[in-house]
Design a protein around this ligand. Sequence first.
Ligand code: 0A1
Ligand code: ZN
Length: 881
Amino acid sequence: MRTDTGQVIRLEDYRPSDYLIPRVNLAFRLSPESTLVKAVLTVERREGTALTVPLVLDGDGLSLRRLALDGKELDQAAYDATPDRLTIHVPPVARQFELEIETEVNAAANQALMGLYRSGGVYCTQCEAEGFRRITYFLDRPDILSVYTVRIEARRVEAPLLLSNGNPVESGDLANGWHFAVWHDPFPKPSYLFALVAGDLGKLSDQFTTMSGRSVDLAIYVEHGKEPLAAYAMDALKRAMAWDEKVFGREYDLDVFNIVAVSDFNMGAMENKGLNIFNDKYVLADRETATDADFANIEAIIAHEYFHNWTGNRITCRDWFQLCLKEGLTVFRDHEFSADQRSRPVKRIWEVRTLKSLQFPEDQGPLAHPVRPRRYREINNFYTATVYEKGSEVVRMIRTILGAKKFRAGMDLYFERHDGEAATIEDFLKAFEDVSGQDLSQFALWYNQAGTPHVAVTSRYDQAERKFILDIVQSLPPTPSESRKRLMHIPLAFGLVGPDGKDMEATAVEGATVEHGVIHIRKRKHRVTFSGIAARPVLSFNRGFSAPVNLSVEQKPDDLFFLALHDSDLFCRWQAANMLFTGALIAAYRTLRGGARPEFEARLAELAEHMAGDATLEPAFRALALTLPSEADMARELGSDIDPDAILAARVALAREIASANQKHFRQLYDDLADGGDFSPDAASAGRRALRIALLDHLVVLPEGAGLAASHFHSATNMTDRAASLSALLRHHDGSPEADAALDAFEKRHSGHALAMDKWFQIQAAAPGPRAVERVKALTGHPAFSITNPNRVRALIGTLANANQTGFHSANGEGYRFVAATITDIDRRNPQLAARLATAFRSWRSLEPGRQAHARHALLSMKDAGNVSIDLSDIVERTLA
Ligand code: 0A1
Ligand code: ZN
């Protein structure tokens, strides 16, 4: 039941609370339908708060059983308790007092997966952002920091394992088969970091010695029998702990670090102090059930949650507008960790692909908001790609502007100054200003202004004067509720590539600040002149994707081919190849829409051949360079009047062109890359698999492709190869005997494993074409599907809506109708999940008119469904606005 009213909360209205809660004692007596929660809060009046100011605590759907003040039951007239608020009209005169609150919670009925709920018989909690108020009345805001002591009681048979935050203090038996455990967390924390887990789980143990020589007991708890599947996560955890010491000087601070995997979870994972709770998808992996991408995600998310211990937990957010303070920074830290564990350029290309496919459309559509928003109705809807991914890019730019050394000094100062506090973005930026002496006030616009800046560049070489001249113009497209934008500070890394493929000296410059290969754009227009340039260079721009901007560089295809082959910056090599493919695809799309057959210049297939076979490059990079822009990438490039069917046709046509020109060479390479059946999830092995799969993705479009993909499938010794070949079969040979046989074989092999079956759902939901919607509808009736489990829903419904352009956007509107009706159904149980799915409609205005009308209709049907949650109505209304 929703109890808040969905009013708009504004950053400018922030003010500190009237009361503080320095200590919290919680006692849980666990029972599925009626858990008793006794909270003893030490409440303190803040200096300056008048004696007459009432104490108002947040609740959400709570039922109060008992209330006492300083040990005495409170008179009915002294307070007012509703499901969503507890008001003590006149708190005691004493500065500190003790409030005892007893509530009763039905964990078994909780399908929203916020607060205390049950997943597969395990009690668990999710309190970020505002779930703690579903457990007890509290000042449920991140600037209220308390020291928690938690006692858990449960029937031993039902829950032999009792966990909470901090260190274990005491445990023992009680009467009638019950037992208890007490946990104490010495670090003051906000309520959103509270966690409890109780159940019967298997355990994988390990140990870590910190840089100061303290021993930490590590444990990952999973379903019994699945302990071996947590081994990779454990290894990643130890690597993350060592890395944070080495790179950021940050040491772990408790005696234990526990991770629990649950199968019902709304997001990826949660950084509760000392007790991270994970979606089991991001813990469990072995070669049989997980892909290389799963392994990489596990490594990244294990690290992300661990890194929050310092960026999020020890220093938390003053209010939810500052969410990027912990999220953007922690994503940046996990990106750097993965880059160090794997291949830095390959990781960077993946990051940029993710940013462009998730964040750019957000920034360019109706849901655009600044990295630090200024208003929200439902904070759950702001765990977005903008806050996370763009938030990370902003931190990366700070490092680019300051340099690695000053950046680290700024981080050190931030940790030193704000440890134990709830901080703001201003505090964060101030630390970097203070160590560098730089003024970051213009840079701060990256936090406050929505939209992707556009940077246009033209260049000219003056041979007589030996000058190379760049004209750079920045512009900022308007976004909802921000029509006028201010000019940004954009750090653009660049190189001038000489005819020999080597970077030229580019030191003599006028027109902009240029430091360490970075041009700093601060005005609308800059004319940047390089002198002493002996030959016409090719401009390599926004190297390493130093700024998250839309770039248009006026550049000849010859120059792009040159960069793709010679740029010393691997990101720019990939970018150049990608721009060439994108350009060709867009031309083909236009030709197809005009009713003609597209033609491609032969150089494209030659480029693909070169990229595939260049042994000086690592296989993972070659795989990325060979991968054509996705249909969604093309839709984004096109921007308006989009016809997804023509996009698909253009893409298939180019793949066919490349494959037929390179058939022999690709096939040879493909065969050479076959492994001997041994498996390791490391990045180099994964890279070889990725390259072989990228080759298969081209070869599969040829007539004999079905046979090749089928043999790839049947000889696969791991999930990466099995899933990729099944997906290739369904994309290009759907309905063929090969595809049907592989689908059946996959189902038989994995029917007992929910996460593996998610891939089976996902691959079918992504299969293009008019049958997609019918197929997904039918699959909702499959015994392995469950509408209450977020992973199942995302695998089937989420994939159709976000990764099947021709299915979701089918011209008759059936995709929109089906997805909208399903979202409305899910909304009754799990508003957060429903709202997130609904963001799939965010780019509806860029479709061609027929599809737009259908999409609008579907959006209206969700809006008018009756009893719509605030989460969902917030998304739908902003999308329609
Ligand atoms: N702080 C977590 C993300 C998260 C946010 C909300 C949740 O509630 C459903 C769960 C997790 C992170 O960044 O990993
Ligand atoms: Zn996070």
